[in-house]
Write a protein of this length. Structure first.
Length: 195
């Protein structure tokens, strides 16, 4: 009896020690910006504030949905920073490359001529039968230091289809969706500044 108990304990210990290692965490950043044409300088300074967000969008895990209702997190796929910081930095870099302003800050400075605020409404991968895409919805607002009301307050939405079902294509699609939104926003911003 004693031998069978020892043998049983030994087998349990062997089974526990032979578990496969946990999967490795993977971290992703948006690919670098390209194809941004320099424009003429139109203002002295712009501040881009960290984007606001709520709930799961505050975390670094990449989100997905299969039914557009329930959001889920990938366990081992994360952004290098929170989406609110990633998008703030990308918009600031987009504005710097466009040369629209002498100075583009990613903090609020009281003397900036324009303050850009953003809110993430959706930033997720859509996994549906027969199609994969990413869905990005952002609310962007521009305040002027010279006027009390916002001079631009608009929601921007983009959906980009994935050519194949893998995380690398999803990251590229997120970048494409964000860049399309920021290009549309830039056109609106230039129109507002002209007035």
């Amino acid at each position: 009896m004693r031998c069978s108990i020892l043998l049983y304990c030994f087998l349990i210990l062997m089974a526990c020690s032979s578990q496969a290692p946990l999967p490795t965490d993977h971290y992703y950043r948006l690919p670098g910006l390209s194809d941004v044409n320099p424009d003429e300088q139109r203002v002295g300074s712009i501040s881009v504030i960290t984007f606001q967000t709520e709930g799961l969008y505050q975390e670094r895990a990449i989100l997905y949905t299969e039914d557009e209702i329930e959001l889920k997190q990938y366990h081992y796929h994360h952004w290098t920073d929170s989406p609110s910081r990633l998008l703030q930095e990308r918009l600031a870099e987009r504005l710097r490359l466009s040369n629209i302003s002498k100075l583009v800050l990613n903090t609020f400075e009281g003397n900036s001529e324009f303050i850009i605020k953003g809110q993430i409404k959706a930033f997720e991968r859509l996994q549906q039968k027969g199609s994969e895409s990413v869905y990005v919805k952002l609310l962007l607002q521009v305040n002027s230091n010279f006027k009390h009301a916002p001079i631009l307050h608009k929601e921007y939405v983009q959906t980009v289809a994935l050519p194949s079902n893998n995380i690398a294509n999803a990251i590229k699609a997120f970048a494409e969706a964000v860049d399309l939104i920021f290009n549309d926003f830039y056109v609106d911003l230039v129109e507002i500044i002209k007035d």
